[in-house]
Design a protein around this ligand. Structure first.
Ligand code: PLP
Length: 380
């Protein structure tokens, strides 16, 4: 037997409390019993999203909630600014095109965060831009975009639509306080659940826009969902077992305290970055790293895909790969969700061993010690 460690940025490990909650006996979804559980979940989600508005629970992966943001807020031919600095920026671009919007693409070098000046320039050149579509955490490049600062630019202008799939529950992204207009996530990340739930919340001005938006929508009609979910049921059959699990995972997050949850993610990310640097490895996003995952360039002569196969098949460790132009060159170590200090140490110790096996110059313990120095904070 090889013990398995899931250290990828989604799906992420699931705590026992959540597993057990999902095994509860099925109930009907249009009953007072379900409405009670759902109402508890909806309150917890509001706290997590930092909003007084509804957080709607959809039966889809995160991309479904991204699609819902687009189909509910726009009319055909409207112009939007898409920040494209990785695979998920590309996804905003694809969705906008499919729905007949006119996306203006703001390309960002992979591994870098978008510059505020570049956003300002685009808004000046295209005063008819209706919204900015961006990731808070671009998981494919492990970059954190300056969403808070961008929100200051959009208060009386275009809507700010944020893919928070590896941001919500990882770091603070308070919708109301920052003035975000749509915030999206999925269940298989910081919420410590299996894939299958898409979550979305809208600002008041986004709700006003949704009334006028002319794009077709049916399954993801958020107006219908809001009406139903306020009454204690979803418009269509919800993912009942995942919602049982969500209640348990929100309870775990509340018990830890959200600020501590964010501090834990930040600490694991700092420890991993310190370890990589101590091992002489280069970070993919040294300037604006996301606390969700750490991208690390592999040394010359080491194919990261082969290294990842070895880590998974021989050592039981699953990290994530590099995509497109990063294929074969980087690895991504995740810190999202049910992760603690010893997951980070397992990750670094395994990386040292695998790199040694692949002939890279590694001195055992250098990365581990650097991570331990940071992780001592856990014991304060
Ligand atoms: C930033 C980001 N956006 C969107 C998605 C897509 O979510 P899903 O795979 O749940 O559709 C992911 C998934 O990893 C992601 O990391």
């Amino acid at each position: 037997m090889i013990k398995q460690y899931l250290l990828s940025p989604g799906p992420t490990p699931i705590p026992n409390e959540v597993q057990l909650a999902m095994a509860e006996t099925m109930i009907h979804h249009r009953t007072p019993q379900f409405a009670k559980i759902f109402s508890e979940v909806r309150e917890g989600l509001k706290e997590l999203f930092g909003t007084k508005n509804d957080v709607l629970v959809l039966a889809s992966s995160g991309t479904g909630a991204m699609e819902a943001a687009v189909s509910n807020l726009f009319s055909p031919g409207e112009k939007v600014l898409v920040v494209n600095g990785g695979k998920f920026g590309e996804r905003w671009l694809e969705i906008s095109k499919v729905f007949g919007l006119k996306p203006i693409e703001l390309e960002v070098e992979w591994g870098k965060a978008v510059k505020l000046e570049a956003i300002e320039r685009s808004l000046k050149s295209h005063p008819d831009i209706q919204a900015i579509l961006i990731q808070a955490s671009e998981t494919s490049t492990t970059v954190w975009h300056p969403v808070r600062e961008i929100a200051r630019l959009t208060q009386s202008g275009p809507l700010l639509i944020v893919d928070g799939v590896t941001a919500v529950g990882v770091a603070r992204v308070p919708l109301d306080e920052w003035g975000i207009d749509a915030l999206v996530t999925g269940s298989q990340k910081a919420l410590m659940l299996p894939p299958g739930l898409g979550l979305i919340s809208l600002s008041n001005r986004a709700w006003a826009r949704s009334e006028k938006a002319k794009l077709p929508r049916h399954y993801f009609d958020l107006r219908l969902e809001r009406k139903s979910q306020q009454r204690g049921a979803a418009a269509f059959t919800p993912a009942v077992s995942l919602i049982f699990g969500l209640r348990a995972s929100l309870k775990l997050m509340r018990q830890e305290g959200l600020e501590r949850v964010y501090a834990r993610h930040d600490r694991l990310a700092r420890a991993t970055r310190a370890a990589a640097t101590a091992m002489g490895l280069k970070l993919l996003a040294p300037e604006n790293p996301s606390p969700a995952a750490t991208g690390i360039w592999m040394p010359a002569g080491v194919n990261s895909d082969k290294l990842l196969d070895f880590l998974r098949d021989r050592m039981g460790i699953t990290f994530a790969e590099g995509q497109d132009q990063l294929r074969g060159k980087i690895i991504r170590i995740a810190h999202v969700g049910y992760m603690g200090a010893f997951d980070a140490l397992v990750a670094i110790a395994a990386l040292e061993m695998a790199l040694k096996k692949f002939g890279a110059p590694v001195e055992f313990g250098q990365g581990v010690a650097a991570a331990q120095d940071v992780l001592m904070e856990t014991l304060e």
